[in-house]
Design a protein around this ligand. Structure first.
Ligand code: INI
Length: 142
């Protein structure tokens, strides 16, 4: 049975809780086991990915960064994007980038169960696909 770690940011929880609902639905439909870890904001996601990756076939990260009036948005997005990429490439573990980066609240709502569906559900499917691909590749290696 596949096992996925889900890291969820509490910042903008009204959105990330919806992404989490979608992700849980996808994992339950596919009989994938999961464990949820909460972090304060998206910036904290990479370090937790590094702390947990060995326990899981894949890690799904869920966050929501909404553009504000200062540069903080850009710094958080840069930190989380680079951090997740680094952990994924260095560890060879699929770490799915489920962080919405949006201009405003409406764009986030549209993607968290609104008119563009639930990205959490889609990203969970990506986690399953990548976990299976990793198993296939590593079991074929001599
Ligand atoms: N964290 C988010 O997840 N989303 C945001 O939109 C956000 N903004 O805009 O500030 C945000 N900031 C907090 C950041 O992720 C860290 O938790 C904080 O800087 C402490 O390290």
């Amino acid at each position: 049975m596949l096992k996925v770690g889900i890291i969820v940011s509490r910042f903008n929880e009204f959105i990330t809780s919806k992404l989490l609902e979608g992700a849980k639905r996808a994992f339950e439909e596919s009989n994938v086991e999961y464990e949820v870890f909460y972090v304060p904001g998206a910036f904290e996601i990479p370090v937790v990915a590094k702390l947990i990756y060995q326990k899981f076939d894949a890690v799904l990260t869920l966050g929501c960064v909404i553009k504000g009036e200062t540069y903080h948005f850009d710094l958080v997005i840069k930190g989380v994007t680079e951090g997740i990429t680094k952990v994924a490439v260095e560890t060879g573990t699929p770490i799915i980038f489920g962080v919405l980066a949006v201009e405003n609240v409406n764009q986030a709502i549209d993607r968290a169960g609104g008119k563009y569906g639930n990205k959490g559900y889609e990203w969970a499917k990506d986690a399953i696909e990548m976990a299976m691909l990793k198993h296939k590749i590593t079991s074929e290696q001599k």
